[in-house]
Design a binder for this molecule. Structure first.
Ligand SMILES: Cc1cc2nc3c(=O)[nH]c(=O)nc-3n(C[C@H](O)[C@H](O)[C@H](O)COP(=O)(O)OP(=O)(O)OC[C@H]3O[C@@H](n4cnc5c(N)ncnc54)[C@H](O)[C@@H]3O)c2cc1C
Length: 404
């Protein structure tokens, strides 16, 4: 095909987008600012909706080789260790949705996507290339890199994350908002965990103004741990807030958490290294204009960054990518794509679902960190209707097919 697409950003969203488009035989280039492709050392939960996308792309076997498939999602009180509710995952998820619930190391998922992209001909990967600006006319897009190179193409998808430059070209520039929440993240080898803590489940510990989630990855050989507390990066936190590489100390985390139950304390204490990240998000997407205009589109965190409390940010990026791929597959002409029409349909398909997930993620944060009466109501709800409250058929049965 005599057309060319530019994908800006080589994270999970960018590589997913590249794969979805390349599978349909459209030539493309991925532009990534980093010197090498990679992902931070942390985990991701992948609901059946995300696994459905990966299976559709033929990556099911690769996923099975590197992921874990937890048996249940268990919610516990961070202070008393009492189990508040539980939802079966494992076979039960498979029976309900035809797809499993997976947990994976981010680097493993990224590698799976990268390997698949690299097998596609007519796909170019440019590292060390930072997008500086984009403009688009009715006939073409033009991008400029920070080193002064200029390229043209037929469409451009901004998968450049929370601090997206493509977003600034499409919408009135407004910085992402700090949520006032800090995420401490770490990994621990299963063999280093006390035996009683080696559990094949996703565990969420809820406490006032805090929660901790841990789950197995790499077939259970490792555990991913993330602890979220209220606070801001301040003195003693030297790294810029856009960086993942901020080293954090267990003492600071423990101080921020306050008293926690012994099993949770023991789990946190064996994590050898912590990284700290100040969480940012944006208000839910307001309409299709926030997803695409003409030949430019946004995907993943560039379009809809969210709090990680529904564990769906990467999943929505994969669903966005799948939708673009499906629309390219359904194109009326084999020789060309009407990109403005296709991207408008992409935006109409995706915006409401992404907005709903953003809103639900924010609400979950309030519920997870509840105090007082809300906490009492939450615990009662989990006791009487836990599995129903924790399940999300509207979400897990996705991604929805493109709207006309
Ligand atoms: C604590 C935490 C836990 C989470 N847990 C989950 C979970 O369990 N499940 C889930 O689905 N999601 C989860 N998420 C969300 C998920 O991590 C993100 O939504 C997802 O990684 C976004 O992917 P992306 O490709 O859109 O953006 P990014 O991963 O940010 O990738 C953007 C890429 O663009 C590149 N880039 C940026 N600017 C430029 C430029 N100017 N030029 C060239 N390249 C550029 C960057 O280097 C990067 O490679 C979590 C997030 C956090 C913070």
């Amino acid at each position: 095909m005599n057309q060319h697409v530019w994908v800006v950003g080589g994270g999970i969203g960018g590589l997913g987008c590249a794969l979805a488009i390349a599978r349909e035989g459209v030539p493309l280039t991925v532009v990534e600012q980093a010197a090498a492709f990679g992902e931070v050392g942390a985990g991701l939960q992948l609901g059946p909706n995300a696994v459905r996308v990966l299976n559709d792309w033929g990556l099911g076997e690769g996923l099975r080789a590197c992921a874990a498939f937890p048996e249940a999602l268990r919610v516990r009180d961070a202070r008393s260790a009492r189990t508040l509710g539980q939802m079966p995952l494992g076979r039960s998820m498979l029976a309900r949705y035809g797809q499993p619930y997976a947990t994976v190391h981010r680097a493993d998922l990224h590698r799976l996507l990268l390997d698949a992209v690299q097998t596609r001909t007519a796909t170019r990967l440019m590292l060390n290339t930072r997008l500086a600006g984009v403009d688009a006319s009715a006939a073409a897009v033009r991008l400029t890199t920070e080193s002064g190179q200029v390229f043209a193409g037929d469409a451009l998808v901004g998968c450049d994350g929370l601090w997206s430059r493509v977003r600034s070209a499409l919408l009135v520039p407004e910085p992402a908002r700090p949520t006032g929440h800090l995420a401490y993240r770490g990994m621990v080898a299963q063999r280093d965990l006390p035996i009683g803590l080696r559990s094949p489940v996703v565990t969420a510990w809820l406490g006032p103004r805090l929660h901790v989630v841990h789950y197995p990855v790499r077939g259970g050989a490792w555990f991913n741990v993330v602890a979220v507390v209220h606070g801001r990066l301040g003195q003693g936190h030297a790294a810029p807030s856009q960086s993942w590489s901020h080293d954090a100390r267990l003492e600071d985390l423990m101080r921020a958490l306050g008293p926690v139950a012994a099993p949770l304390h023991d789990m946190l204490a064996v994590v050898p290294e912590w990284k700290l990240w100040a969480l940012h998000d944006r208000p839910p997407v307001q309409g299709p204009h926030e997803h695409a205009r003409g030949r430019l589109a946004l995907l993943g965190d560039a379009a809809h960054p969210m709090r990680p409390y529904l564990a769906q940010g990467a999943a929505m990026a994969l669903e966005d990518a799948w939708t673009i791929g499906r629309l390219v597959q359904d194109r009326p002409s084999r020789d060309s794509v009407d990109w403005p029409a296709l991207l408008a349909r992409y935006a109409r398909t995706r915006w409401m679902r992404n907005a709903r997930v953003q809103a639900r993620s924010q609400r979950n944060g309030t519920v997870f960190h509840a105090q007082g009466l809300l906490r009492v109501g939450r615990n009662l709800g989990l006791k009487v209707a836990g599995p129903r409250l924790m399940d999300s058929p509207w979400l897990y049965s996705g991604p929805p097919h493109p709207v006309p």
